[in-house]
Ligand binder design. Structure first.
Ligand code: HDD
Length: 700
């Protein structure tokens, strides 16, 4: 991966004007401007003149630079790439982009948080949006998903209620980007259908390490339709090649201050460095005749189909390989819509999906100022567009000819597509029933799958969930809401409810049963580690005067070979003097960074020891935080001594032997000199393990 110097160079290039040779500054009307630093005035100290059309145009355009941000998912980051299927999916769907492995379909993906406004921090506890626009030969297909496979409500008519409850409270607009407040938990405790998604929200899935390291889900049951018109129910899954990894809560909170753009920057920098993120698209397929084979309703978006019951079948891969050139033009103006489907992909009667099919077009009309947003470059289909839709705000197409159907004066064009064509035909589904406003009884079990999720977690994941509930409910002022939530949790799992109750000062429930005995191992982060690659991980090496530079170089080289970004940090930028008397370059000064911005830390040694490190509070805080957050920590030679000052009991033992000791992500080797192959392998394995939650907790 490229180093910080290359990055700074690239950044400078990005700031260059589009084409410096294209000529001087002009007005919007193309009139050349010779002076934009002073407004036109009557005399050097006189009043500004109305006739300064350049001044007025410049200010007016500035005043109008903002458009309404998205009502939800306002904060996000996007990237372009491509999708290619592994093999033809013709048996199930006629969608052209899923037929031929040699055909690459361009995509644009936008990742987002939900609750916070456009300027909020990235690493909040929240659902992440994962919306993909496929520019297919048959028109645009949008898969507008999230990184959770379930949603908080079952019917879209409740969406405004849910969003009002989770958004900042109406009287003081607090909190920003957080769900830890009264109105959300009031809603949750009164609306048990939220419980399954709430379990996901309290889990580490809600604080992803990277957009590149999270799953995506279409959530709803959709329908594939093949060329014969046969339908098959389908659920979509994106699986990241790098595995699914999360932050820990303390770290996520600190990141909000240290780098509010943590996830956006990560995506941007990886793509700039040529480390293109990749996901596999998988489908769960259910034959139409098996619609009622489950103990939940396939139309209920608060339910998953456990992978152990219906395996996920990989059908293709997506690679993101290009950053947008202009955030506003592309990422801000991209307009997704669940009803953007192509022939071969259709809806089901899921009432949440049906509501979304109304809401997205409606929201784009107001957000993008009228009906012509599909002409914006990021939204424009690659398939030809021929409609009789005309005019409206910001029309940029110069239409010619007739604008109605049928016509004879325009030669009958555009005509209906022929019967054998690629035209979209809605799936033929028989529908009959009384006109009612009532939830189906098949949607009424709100607890079994919340319990299934809980049962599927490892011990440390359960621990994090309990701590998250305690944190969130601990911020709720209304005791009645805390108590009611715990009573609801007791219907999911008594043990969980008791543990939560103990942390928030409400009566412990007496019920200790669980709503389900089932579990789905595929849901645990333990089973989603990916291919073990450590590419793009960031490792900090703390250096001081007297450091063994050869040792650092050998570790750096070994990690760089594996695609890891290594940065040398010291009290100040510039360089330190190594034990051999040579200067060793420092990439960043410790006061400008923090352990939460790295995945692992290495403490090298030096023949005279590295006492300076233990004297530097920034360095010691760095190591302490990495240790507390369960990150891989490597220490060599006298670096082991630095580590043992933090956790004498945990590290002392291992430092007594001149050999490599690797325990819960702490890898030490007290032998002097170059790092051994054994140490390097153990450290690489620890980094691949990502997080080592079993480590003895350290106090701050
Ligand atoms: Fe939504 C945006 C995902 C339920 C109404 N939604 C939005 C985005 C994502 C999702 C990823 C951001 C798209 C972007 O990056 O521009 N939403 C979901 C998922 C849902 C869901 C996975 C449940 C399965 N949404 C949902 C419901 C409604 C909406 C039930 C309304 C009935 N969603 C919207 C919206 C937004 C939106 C108001 C705001 C901005 C936008 O559409 O473009 O229309």
């Amino acid at each position: 991966m490229e180093g910080p110097t290359d990055r700074k160079q690239r950044q400078r290039e990005a700031f260059r004007a589009e084409d410096p040779a294209s000529g001087p500054l002009t007005t919007d009307q193309g009139v050349e401007v010779d002076h934009t630093n002073d407004s036109l005035a009557a005399g050097e100290r006189g009043p500004t003149l109305m006739e300064d059309f350049h001044f007025r145009e410049k200010l007016t355009r500035f005043d109008h630079e903002r458009i309404p941000e998205r009502v939800v998912h306002a904060r996000g980051a996007g990237a372009y790439g491509y999708f290619e299927p592994y093999e033809s999916c013709a048996e199930f769907t006629r969608a052209a982009f899923l037929q031929d492995p040699s055909v690459r379909t361009p995509v644009f993906v936008r990742f987002s948080t939900v609750q916070g406004p456009k300027g909020s921090a990235d690493t909040v506890r929240d659902v992440r949006g994962f919306a993909t626009k496929f520019y297919t030969s048959e028109g645009n297909y949008d898969l507008v998903g999230n990184n959770f496979p379930v949603f908080f409500i079952q019917d879209g008519i409740k969406f405004p209620d849910f969003v009002h409850a989770v958004k900042p409270e109406p009287h003081n607009d607090i909190p920003t980007g957080a769900s830890a407040h009264d109105t959300l938990w009031d809603f949750v405790s009164l609306q048990p259908e939220t419980l399954h998604a709430i379990m996901w929200l309290m889990s580490d899935r809600a604080i992803p390490r990277s957009y590149r390291m999270m799953q995506g889900f279409g959530v709803h049951t959709f329908r594939f339709v093949n060329a014969e018109g046969r339908g098959t129910f389908v659920k979509f899954h994106w699986k990241p090649k790098l595995g699914v990894h999360s932050l820990v809560w303390d770290e996520a909170q600190e990141c909000q201050g240290r780098d509010p753009d943590f996830n956006r920057r990560d995506l941007w920098e990886a793509i700039e460095a040529g480390e293109y993120p990749e996901w596999e698209l998988g489908v769960q397929l259910v034959a139409e005749e098996d619609e009622f084979a489950f103990d939940f309703d396939l139309l209920d978006a608060t339910k998953i189909i456990p992978e152990e019951q219906v395996p996920v079948r990989p059908i293709g891969r997506m690679v993101l390989d290009r950053n947008p050139e202009n955030f506003f033009a592309e990422t801000e103006q991209v307009a997704f819509h669940t009803a953007n489907v192509v022939p071969g992909i259709d809806f089901t009667n899921d009432p949440l999906l049906q509501a979304r099919n109304f809401s997205y077009l409606d929201t784009q009309l107001i957000r993008l100022g009228g009906p012509n947003f599909s002409q914006l470059p990021v939204n424009r289909p690659v398939a030809p567009v021929r409609t009789n839709q005309r005019d409206g705000y910001h029309q940029s197409t110069v239409h010619r000819g007739t604008n109605y159907f049928p016509n004879s004066l325009g030669g009958g064009c555009p005509a209906h597509a022929g019967v054998d064509s690629a035209a979209f035909t809605h799936y033929t589904e028989r529908v009959d029933g009384a006109k009612i406003r009532r939830r189906s009884p098949s949607f009424q079990d709100h607890h079994s799958q919340a319990a299934l999720f809980w049962n599927s977690m490892s011990d440390w994941e359960k621990q994090h969930i309990v701590e998250a509930f305690r944190f969130e409910l601990g911020k709720v002022d209304a005791r009645t809401v805390r108590a009611r939530t715990v009573r609801e949790l007791a219907k999911v799992d008594g043990e969980l409810a008791i543990q939560v109750a103990r942390g928030i000062g409400v009566p412990e429930p007496t019920e200790t049963r669980s709503a389900s005995k089932l579990s789905s191992p595929a849901l645990s982060l333990e089973s989603l580690r990916g291919d073990g690659s450590i590419r793009t991980r960031r490792v900090a090496v703390l250096v001081t005067d007297g450091v063994d530079a050869d040792q650092v170089t050998s570790v750096r080289e070994a990690l760089a070979e594996r695609g890891v970004l290594v940065e040398a940090l010291a009290a100040t930028e510039g360089s330190v003097r190594g034990a051999d008397g040579e200067l060793y370059a420092v990439d960043r000064a410790l006061p400008t960074v923090a352990s939460v911005l790295y995945d692992a830390v290495l403490l090298p040694g030096g023949p005279t020891g590295t006492p300076a490190l233990t004297q530097d509070p920034d360095a010691m805080r760095f190591v302490r935080d990495a240790y507390r957050h369960g990150k891989p920590v490597g220490a060599l030679g006298s670096g082991v001594g630095v580590l043992s000052t933090l956790d004498p009991e945990g590290v002392r033992l291992s430092s007594e032997f001149h050999r490599v000791v690797s325990e819960r992500g702490v890898v030490t080797d007290t032998s002097p000199g170059t790092a051994s192959a054994e140490f390097l392998q153990a450290f690489v394995d620890a980094v691949a393990g990502h997080r080592h939650p079993g480590r003895r907790p350290l106090r701050r």
